[in-house]
Design a protein around this ligand. Structure first.
Ligand code: PEP
Length: 250
């Protein structure tokens, strides 16, 4: 692996400010600074400031928002903008998580605008892509992932593309306990890498491509060893300090 591994925790709609603060403090105590890893934490928006408050002396643990709206402000009840996320302490943002796409019906076009908003405000976007089980069984997995990727990347200049982090998260593996094999993950990561290579040439090796979908302490190391897998995005297993530390140090 040529890149610094990126290990990211998506806490989804868990841990309000008080519990998130306690959890982050336990996490910081249990996880020594990771010189050779980038560790990202994505708490709920309402807990960003609380987690940031306990991690002020841990710049190695990067805080991110789980979602943003693509407008900077306005009449969008219930939404969070990139500047607001930044003010609350976020340095990164998840864009296009499968739950945003499939539960909330967000389109590829919306993800492109969100990535643009993230770059406008200096947030590092982590773009999630992935196919459903029906799409995989129909032999369309590569096409779906490339469509999701291209819709976002065609609006980016090369410098921005270079700054993008991509997370391949097959929808059928998220929260299901069914993990892609390292070989399957590696195959899709190669497809993604090739698409980036067509734009950036050899610099494509520096764009991190994470795998996400039922990552657990027991499968993390095998997935990280797979070719073209540069890190992990973890949901359920990141809500347990012991499991998370095992994954973050796998
Ligand atoms: C996720 O939420 O991005 C995720 C991969 O969830 P889980 O690890 O629970 O499958």
């Amino acid at each position: 692996m040529l890149r610094t591994p990126v290990i990211a925790a998506n806490w989804k709609m868990h841990l309000g400010p008080q519990r998130a603060r306690t959890f982050a403090a336990e996490l910081a105590a249990a996880l020594p600074p990771q010189g050779n890893r980038t560790v990202l934490l994505f708490p709920s928006a309402v807990s960003l400031a609380a987690v940031g408050g306990v991690l002020y002396d841990r710049p190695d643990l990067m805080l991110g928002a789980q979602n943003i709206h693509f407008e900077d402000e306005g009449a969008y009840t219930g939404e969070l903008s990139a500047p607001m996320a930044k003010e609350a302490g976020a340095r990164a943002v998840l864009v296009g998580h499968s739950e945003r796409r499939h539960v909330f019906g967000e389109t590829d076009g919306a993800q492109a605008k969100k990535v643009a908003a993230a770059f406008r405000h200096g947030l590092k976007p982590v773009l999630c892509v992935g196919e459903t089980i029906a799409e995989r069984e129909a032999g369309r997995a590569d096409d779906v992932v490339l469509r999701q990727l291209t819709t976002v990347t065609e609006g980016l200049d090369d410098a921005q593309l270079h700054e993008l982090t991509i997370a391949y998260e097959p929808v059928w593996a998220i929260g299901t306990g069914r993990t892609a094999t390292p070989r399957d993950a590696s195959a899709m990561h190669a497809v993604i890498r090739e698409a980036i290579h067509r734009r950036l040439g050899d610099a494509a090796v520096q764009v991190p491509i994470l795998y996400g979908g039922s990552v657990k302490p027991d499968n993390a190391a095998d997935l990280l060893r797979a070719e073209n897998v540069d890190g992990l995005l973890v949901g359920g297993a990141s809500l347990d300090v012991t499991n998370w530390v095992r994954i973050a140090t796998a």
